[in-house]
Ligand binder design. Structure first.
Ligand code: AKG
Ligand code: FE2
Length: 256
């Protein structure tokens, strides 16, 4: 299994302060060229099964054996995200907290529908590993973000209400329209495969720009540290993606 080097405390502090002041931080060349190629081989083989249309893969088991799954299972990577979580929240994550990985592949017309889909993540820390990013054309699937728009809520109910207001179809369409017309001005981040992008997913309303349906845009997302993990209300009202993927609250397949 590929090993990932630990990231030292000084670097974690710098990354956290970049996220606070710029909305995001970058670890350049996080993947070696060989690791990036391994991730690409896996995505290529999955892509060929999906008839040039959008697909996503949720949870470490569904992507087992791939480099992107190995990263999710890496104890050094978990430690890195846990250190960032501590910077974000001032508290250590629960020992039971696991990284929830998602692979998203935008291609074809269905890929367009999955773009400009503005949301807050359930987790405090989000790491994004771009694997394929189009380089030609007006739209290359940039990450679009309103950074650090809200604080971490101590109340799960407030979080649920904010999500109800912003995550419905009407609000999402209005936000997308306002961004496209230049009424709202988020930051846009050009993604470079091999780098790792970090942001406070819970606090930042974000989505990706569209790209040409002929081109493939593939990203690995690593979500870590749900501040409301013990709230039963949050379990009932949120966590739709895991439910849809038939995964339990920890992002794993329920034991038979
Ligand atoms: O693919 C991307 O760039 C962002 C996706 C995202 O924000 C998510 O899956 O939570
Ligand atoms: Fe997200």
């Amino acid at each position: 299994m590929t090993e990932f080097a630990p990231i030292d405390a000084g670097v974690v502090s710098r990354l956290a302060s970049d996220i606070e002041s710029n909305g995001y931080a970058v670890v350049q060349n996080f993947f070696s060229p060989e690791q990036l190629e391994l991730a690409r081989e896996y995505i290529r083989s999955e892509t060929s099964k999906h008839h040039q249309e959008y697909f996503s893969i949720h949870g470490v088991e569904a992507m087992e054996g791939s480099l992107l799954a190995n990263l999710s299972a890496s104890t050094t990577f978990r430690q890195f995200l846990a250190d960032l979580y501590e910077k974000a929240t001032g508290a250590q994550p629960s020992n039971a907290e696991r990284i929830f990985p998602v692979i998203r592949c935008l291609q074809g017309k269905s890929g367009l529908k999955e773009s400009h889909f503005y949301h807050f993540d359930a987790t405090a820390v989000t790491a994004l590993a771009p694997v394929f990013i189009p380089t030609e054309g007006e739209h290359c699937g940039d990450l679009i973000m309103f950074p650090n728009m809200r604080p971490l809520r101590s109340s799960a109910v407030v979080n649920i209400m904010e999500k109800a207001i912003l995550h419905n179809t009407l609000s999402q369409k209005l936000t997308a329209m306002a961004v496209k017309r230049g009424v709202l001005k988020p930051i846009t981040i050009k993604l470079v495969p091999g780098n790792l992008y970090l942001f406070w997913g819970y606090r930042s309303l974000h989505s990706n720009d569209q790209c040409n349906p002929e081109h493939l845009r593939a990203t690995g997302l690593y979500h870590f540290g749900n501040p409301h993990r013990d709230s039963s209300l949050a379990r009932i009202f949120l966590g739709k993606n895991k439910r849809k993927a038939k995964l339990n609250h920890d992002g794993l397949r329920p034991q038979a």
